[in-house]
Structure formats: C-alpha cells, structure tokens
Design a protein around this ligand. Sequence first.
Ligand code: AP5
Length: 218
Amino acid sequence: MWLIFLGPPGSGKGTQAKKLAFDFSVPHISTGDMLREAVARETSAGIKARDYMNKGELVPDEVIDEILVDRLKRDDCFRGVILDGYPRTIPQAETLSGALKDLKVDLIDVIEINVSVDALIKRICGRRSCPSCGATFHIDFLPPRKEGICDKCGKSLVRRADDNEEVVKARYEQYLKKTQPLSEYYKNKGVFRSINGEEPVDEIYKTLLSLLKPYGND
Ligand code: AP5
C-alpha cells in the first residue's frame, strides 16, 4: 500500500493512518511526529524546525525533504507506506516523486480528508496525545477511559504546543496557501480522491477500505 493522506490540520489524517498502518502492516510515516521527536531530541533538524512549528508555519522544504527521503530508504518501507503530513508543498511532491522513482514505485494513492474549519478547531483544541506511544484522544469525541491517562500505555496525556486556537488558524492558512494546491496537482495525475471527514471515525475507516479494495482488504 502506497498512500498519501492530504487534509487540513485536525482532519483525522493521523487517526485513520494509524488504523490502516496496523491493519495492513505498513509503516505510518508522520512528518509531524518525526519533527516533534527531532525537536524533543534537539537534533539540528529539530532546532531548525521548532520556531516554525510553534508559529504554525511549514518547516522549510529542504529540512523536511531530507528527513523524509532518509526514512523511505529504511527496510520496513519495501511493502509500502502511509504518508501523513507529507507532501505539503508542490516542491515536496516533486521530491517525493523522485524518491518513489528510485524505489521503483510508479503509483501512489492520494486521499484527501475534508472537514469544515469550525470542526477542525474543536477537534484540535480538544486533542490530547500520549508523548510515549503516540496514541491520540479527544476530550469529547474520543475520551480516554481515565481522564488524562493513555489507555494504551498508562502515561499522562499532553496537549501539543501548537494545539491552540491562534496557532491552528495559522496552520489552516498555511494549508490553504501551500498544501491545497496539491489536490489539483494529484487530480491531474489521476490518483486523487476526496472523502468526507465529518463522519464518525469508524465510518470514515469503512469508506477508506472501500476505496482501497485493490490492496486486498475484502
Ligand atoms: P502535523 O503533526 O502533521 O499536524 P497537522 O497536519 O496540522 O495535522 P494534525 O496532526 O494536527 O491533525 P490530523 O489530521 O492528523 O488529525 P488527528 O487524526 O490527530 O504537523 C505539525 C507541524 O509540523 C506543522 O504545522 C508544520 O510546522 C510541521 N510539518 C509537518 N510536516 C511538514 C511538512 N511536510 N512540511 C513542512 N512542515 C511540516 O485528529 C485530530 C483530533 O480529532 C484528535 O483528537 C482525534 O481524536 C479527533 N478526531 C479524528 N477523527 C475524528 C472524527 N472522525 N470525528 C471526531 N473527532 C475526530
């Protein structure tokens, strides 16, 4: 399975990508998670990325391209990957296309998850994440069994530094300006599909499975 999730911040890319990655045994590659880890470890990429992320701006292409291309070279990618948060600009899409050519992959599916801006803000402001295992919850829509505690590993949940209304609006602006043009880009390549992200998580997952039938899930 070679798949790209497009969609604005909070549209549910990570939620759906994690389920698919588990069910299809392919890596879920989230550039946001990779960057947050780099920031926490204070690597040179993390130091370069931190201020952009805190302001809700995109990290420069050259910083993220290098991280992504290195990740795709790892052995676990031989059966495919689910990309969540990459590409986010046309130059990133061109870099990806070159990297896929090197891996002899000629077709990648692109699915955009659509959600209205009001719903995005509610989702993001209520999101809580586990800093240890990466699980995500929502205080209203997907609450953990015990408030503030990860169901999966028992660690305390945190709110991401960029999950506040002001930064979400900046992230959404960046999405409209720099990422949304990718829909047209992939439409022109005949690999683009769009789904309604305002259904319950399991309904969206069913829709995804029906779109991904060629991967043998029926
Ligand atoms: P990143 O971490 O990728 O953030 P994002 O794209 O803004 O997306 P989110 O993780 O916020 O949302 P999501 O769509 O995954 O939603 P989720 O499933 O968690 O990037 C962060 C930053 O890193 C960027 O701003 C940028 O600075 C930098 N960056 C990353 N990649 C980059 C790149 N390629 N180039 C340059 N810079 C880059 O769901 C959200 C919440 O909603 C959760 O609480 C969830 O439980 C809930 N939810 C999910 N689905 C539903 C549903 N159907 N109904 C109700 N609630 C739901």
